[in-house]
Design a protein. Structure first.
Length: 171
């Protein structure tokens, strides 16, 4: 039987328990069709990139499916009729991932953010303090291995401003 990864988005105003009930309902549809569910993951309530059916957020859920195409088509048909499911996507894959998905591993990364911020300071970025600190470039910083510029060369007509010199040359 072909292997599928199926993700569906449920409305933001239903509870997590209702989303898990939807997962069980659609798992039963797959099992009735002669397939099986490898794993299910609830990714949580996440903000959408754009509104979908007047929803700004949605509950994300992943299911790894090993089922005939007819069972998957029936599950998708029922999802399209359900008012609680706002979007779904089924993708055929060569093999299922055994470890947790990237969305589940993302929460592990968030735990590490409490540690050392390196040279970026409390607020992030490269600036230290209010506005000073490292700004990049050579503004106000050392010139490094470049030699000093030396004195400024004198103007051709001493005492004239650059604008006046430019207009007198054009005449």
């Amino acid at each position: 039987m072909p292997l599928y990864e199926h993700v569906f988005l449920a409305r933001q105003d239903i509870s997590q328990a209702q989303v898990e009930a939807l997962q069980k309902e659609y798992s039963q549809v797959i099992e009735e069709g002669g397939g099986r569910i490898g794993k299910t993951e609830y990714w949580g309530l996440k903000t959408l990139a754009f509104k979908i059916k007047k929803n700004r957020k949605a509950h994300y859920s992943l299911m790894n499916i090993d089922a005939p195409p007819a069972a998957v088509a029936e599950m998708e048909r029922r999802m399209s009729l359900s008012p609680d499911v706002i979007r779904f996507l089924t993708v055929r894959v060569e093999k299922h991932e055994t470890e947790p998905s990237i969305q589940m591993r993302k929460s592990d990364r968030d735990d590490r953010r409490d540690g050392d911020r390196g040279f970026r300071g409390e607020r992030g970025g490269f600036r230290g303090g209010e506005r000073g600190g490292f700004r990049g470039g050579d503004r106000g910083g050392p010139r490094g291995d470049r030699p000093p510029r030396g004195p400024r060369p004198p103007r051709e007509r001493e005492g004239e401003t650059p604008a006046a010199a430019a207009t007198s040359e054009e005449k």
